[in-house]
Design a binder for this molecule. Structure first.
Ligand code: CTP
Length: 435
């Protein structure tokens, strides 16, 4: 996958270095095209070192390779981050006064721009008109985030976090490959074509559980599991990038909460059940990515259990009695009854065993849980848990078909899950009119 990362001259150029890393780690072949102004913020050696490739800076270098045409022609995706007010203006008017604007004119692949500037510049009618014009040309322009800007000022104009831009880019590539996104060839010049990143989940509320529950034994010990929360957080991030309102019920994860995602932190399975239930009224979908403990210690010891722990039993190891936790997912299905909403998605962490391989066990789990989509992944000490990549099988009760995704970054897996959910939501009719 060949990607051109255009960087224009704003202070947020330093964040593009982090974005570049995300792309290279996900296997993209990235050519960085900084503008002259961008190079005043972050120098060429940084881009060259992080991309592992020469940096294309102007139309006058390697002229025999015709870089002002070649880069755009060969790209599968062009991302501009940050896109300054000046860059938006030049791109909207088809100017070709440097290598980046030349590339934007010659590219026939999807183009994603992430603007960053001061609030006054973003809200100025001239910038608004330029953004409208670019969107009419089929360019995908993200809305900037709100928050602290360069100085003490705050407001809309902040560059979205690198993870969000990455998720939006991955969603764009995915949809383009499915043939469902505008952005190829003549499509891109269809005036008024809808921006798919305006979000097929816009107007939806989704609830995602993530991480691993901990069942306390005493004030310092718990029974837990190896879940890092990465897949659940990636799901939350991808849903937010597609326009959904997201409630993330997070069990014991210290990952960065994606921008725009509301987080509810819990520890145990019972707390998770309560938090999911509280978030659920009116929700369109719930994705249970959390690894929930099936059992908890029957008794919680108020004081730390000592090595010598009972009268006359100094050398004996304590016996810990466990009781069953509720199956939260199965409970959600039962409580939904015959209603089609919310869409309920379960995960199946399987290692395979004597009774069957991962897919056989997943099919049985799908039937047992009664959910609308099951995301089955192979787990083990060195597989999936804590890793950035995973491979999953997506199963639906109404079809024998299995869609396998990966090995791929968890954000890509998340995109595939939301594709299925968006499909299941079609016809559920809970999107407010006009969305
Ligand atoms: N799950 C749940 N409540 C539980 C256990 C699991 O809601 N007490 C959910 C998980 O969030 C996941 C799905 O059920 O979406 C499957 O979890 P998994 O641990 O693979 O399945 P179990 O039902 O625990 O089955 P088993 O461990 O016996 O394979």
């Amino acid at each position: 996958m060949k990607l051109v990362l255009g960087v224009s001259g704003g202070i947020a150029a330093y964040k593009a270095a982090l974005l570049l890393r995300l792309f290279t780690e996900a296997g993209y072949e990235v050519t960085v095209v900084p503008t002259a102004a961008a190079l005043r913020f972050v120098g060429e050696p940084t881009w060259a070192a992080l991309s592992g490739r020469p940096v294309a800076t102007d139309v006058w270098t390697s002229v025999h390779e015709v870089p002002h045409v070649r880069l755009g022609h060969e790209a599968d995706l062009v991302v501009v981050a940050p896109a300054t007010a000046d860059l938006l203006a030049r791109a909207a008017h088809g100017q070709a006064d440097d290598l980046l604007t030349n590339t934007l004119l010659t590219a026939r692949c999807p183009i994603l721009m992430a603007p960053a500037m001061h609030t006054e510049m973003w809200t100025h009618p001239a910038t608004a008109a330029n953004v409208t014009r670019l969107r009419e040309h089929g360019v995908h322009v993200l809305d900037p985030a709100s928050g602290r800007l360069t100085g003490v000022d705050t407001g809309p104009g902040r560059l979205p976090e690198p993870e969000e831009i990455f998720a939006a880019a991955v969603a764009l590539v995915d949809r383009d490959e499915d043939g469902t996104a505008p952005g190829q060839g003549s499509d891109r010049h269809t005036p008024g074509s809808a921006d798919p990143l305006a979000g097929d989940l816009a107007g939806r509320h989704v609830v995602v559980s993530a991480g691993g529950t901990r069942e306390p034994l005493d004030p310092v010990r718990f029974l837990g599991n190896r879940s890092s929360g990465k897949q659940g957080y990636a799901l939350a991030e991808a849903a937010a990038a597609r326009g959904a309102r997201v409630t993330l019920v997070s069990a014991n994860s210290d990952l960065l909460v994606p921008a725009g995602v509301e987080v509810v932190r819990i520890e145990t399975a019972l707390e998770l059940q309560e938090a999911v239930r509280a978030a659920l009224p009116g929700a369109d979908a719930v994705v249970m990515a959390a690894a929930v403990a099936d059992f908890r210690p029957r008794d919680y010891q108020d004081n730390k259990i000592k090595k010598t722990h009972g009268e006359g039993q100094q050398d004996a190891a304590p016996t810990i009695e466990l009781v069953r936790n509720p199956d939260i997912l199965a409970g959600l299905v039962a409580e939904r009854g015959t209603s089609a909403s919310p869409v309920i998605v379960g995960f199946a962490a399987e290692t395979g065993d004597a009774s069957g391989d991962v897919l056989t066990l997943a099919r049985a789990k799908l039937a047992r849980k009664g959910c609308d989509l099951l995301v089955a992944n192979e787990v083990g000490r060195d597989v999936t848990f804590g890793k950035d990549d995973s491979m999953v099988h997506l199963l639906r009760p109404d079809s024998e078909e299995v869609r396998t995704v990966g090995p791929a970054p968890k954000l890509v897996v998340a995109g595939a899950v939301w594709d299925e959910v968006a499909d299941l939501l079609t016809g559920h009719g809970t999107v407010p009119a006009g969305q």
